[in-house]
Design a protein around this ligand. Structure first.
Ligand code: CA2
Length: 143
């Protein structure tokens, strides 16, 4: 089984500021955490982080018929992008949406996700652990 892990804008800055919201772990720590979860589960994973909406759309399209699942934290694009959920729908790859923070208990504008309707599930407010849950969910979904 192969998964694509996509992280959106500014998540490469994790652990540098806003540690009270997103935790102290860096993006490199997140990659290490997910890699060890996948290794334990016998899952192959590819990582992609971008600050650009169109590049994320291109990466999703590139995964067509190549990966079994996508874990995506679309970051700020969660609340603004129609192109990202359209791409997920277009490739028809089972996708789980993850947020480190609880987007439902923050500012009003974070409460709406354009991605949730096309995701198998949305996990939020669990920090790095949310990514583990997403991976296990996709594994179960495949079996
Ligand atoms: O909680 C999440 O994972 C978010 O997707 C993170 C996004 C935010 O726009 C979403 O509403 C919720 C922001 C990621 C920004 O990450 C930073 C990291 C370090 C310093 C500042 C921002």
């Amino acid at each position: 089984m192969k998964l694509l892990i996509i992280n959106g804008p500014n998540l490469n800055m994790l652990g540098i500021r806003e540690k009270n919201i997103y935790g102290t772990g860096t993006y490199a720590d997140l990659v290490e955490f997910i890699s060890s979860v996948c290794e334990k589960e016998g899952i192959e994973c590819e990582f992609y982080q971008s600050n650009h909406e169109g590049d994320i759309v291109d990466r999703i399209q590139e995964a067509y018929e190549r990966v079994d699942g996508i874990v995506i934290n679309p970051a700020a694009y969660t609340h603004t992008s129609v192109a990202i959920p359209d791409a997920i729908k277009a490739v028809s790859i089972p996708t789980v949406e993850v947020h480190l923070s609880d987007i439902n208990s923050r500012e009003e504008f974070r409460k709406h996700s354009f991605v949730s309707p096309v995701a198998l599930a949305t996990i939020c407010g669990e920090g790095f652990e949310g990514y583990r849950k997403a991976i296990l969910l996709l594994k179960d979904h495949k079996n």
